[in-house]
Design a protein around this ligand. Structure first.
Ligand code: F6P
Length: 319
């Protein structure tokens, strides 16, 4: 009988519960003892773990957040923290660990692999900033949340004839802004990857207004600047009343979509299969609808590319 562990780390993402459930259920199905580790690497260092049963993960597939809770651990980044984590894993006889989280969390899994612990990464972040997988768990739910919010903002934007700028999450990766900009019919999309001058955004707003457009919706990623500042600049330059909305953590909550639940179930189960096959140093993902497993080092070295086709299309359709 193998003993495995599972934790969620970094920013939470809808679908993490479905991934934990898949790890626990596939583990137990394969006669493993499964420990759930609370509060990510912080909880691992402090031995906050409990054995999971089939019913520990009952009634969670549809719930947002992570019932194991999460944290961003500074101590785990230190040599001493890493050593403490290894000691806990050794004491409990954990032979394989599944780490569900974003790039920082998966990099943490690699640190464990380097000191002889088998750790497998599962991408869980709303940011969708990992190049090796087409989608990370939580992204689909987040973009649906944003699209719902901007549809409401569009209503009031039209009523008042205003410009509304909506800031969404994404420090380095503009995927949320990009795909929601396309789905929400935004006039302009401002991303960290592409310098887009406020003047060109203003030109588009004025052209639209002259054509009789009632509203103007602009989507921007947090990494591209401050919506409040840009709103002021737009108002000065266009003389149109402009409002800024920062959607914030609303994007990280809510029931996961069917897409995220399915993705999480497939990836969580695959991570367990890999541990049982004796594989290490890998992270799982989904490419062209196929579950893939790739070396963590390779996966994290891939620079996330912006989907230029989608960006250009959004530009054409919002002309
Ligand atoms: O990494 C996910 C993310 O949601 C980013 O998009 C965002 O900038 C950040 O987390 C916010 O994190 P915190 O939980 O520290 O507010």
């Amino acid at each position: 009988m193998k003993t495995i562990g599972v934790l969620t780390s970094g920013g939470d993402a809808p679908g993490m519960n479905a991934a934990i459930r898949a790890v626990v259920r596939n583990g137990i199905y394969n006669n493993c003892k499964v420990y759930g580790i609370e509060q990510g690497y912080e909880g691992l260092i402090n031995a906050r773990l409990k054995e999971m049963t089939l019913s520990s993960v009952a009634d969670i597939i549809h719930r947002g957040g992570t019932f194991l809770r999460t944290a961003r651990s500074e101590e785990f980044r230190t040599e001493n923290g890493l050593k403490k984590a290894k000691n806990v894993l050794d004491v409990f006889g954990i032979e394989g660990l599944v780490v569900i989280g974003g790039d920082g969390s998966i990099a943490g899994a690699q640190k464990l692999n380097e000191i002889g612990i088998t750790a497998i990464g599962v991408p869980g972040t709303i940011d969708n900033d990992l190049e090796y997988t087409d989608h990370s768990i939580g992204f689909d739910t987040a973009i649906n949340t944003v699209v719902e919010a901007i549809s409401k903002i569009r209503d009031t934007s039209s009523s008042h004839g205003r410009v509304n700028i909506v800031e969404v999450m994404g420090r380095h990766c503009g995927d949320i802004a990009l795909y929601c900009g396309l789905a929400g019919g935004a006039e302009s999309i401002i991303l960290p990857e592409i310098p887009n001058s406020v003047d060109s955004v203003c030109q588009k707003i004025i052209r639209g207004k002259n054509r009789g457009k009632l509203h103007s919706l602009i989507l921007m990623a947090e990494g591209a600047g401050s919506a409040v500042e840009i709103a002021k600049e737009i108002e000065e330059k266009t003389s149109m009343e402009t409002r800024a909305t920062i959607l914030g953590h609303i994007q990280r909550g809510g029931n996961p979509t069917a897409f995220d639940r399915i993705l999480a179930s497939k990836l969580g189960a695959k991570a367990v299969d890999l541990i049982l096959e004796g594989k290490k140093g890998l992270t799982v993902g989904m490419k062209c609808n196929e579950v893939v497993a790739i070396e963590i080092e390779k996966a994290l070295a891939m620079k996330k590319k912006l989907d230029m086709e989608t960006y250009d299309l959004a530009g054409i359709l919002s002309i």
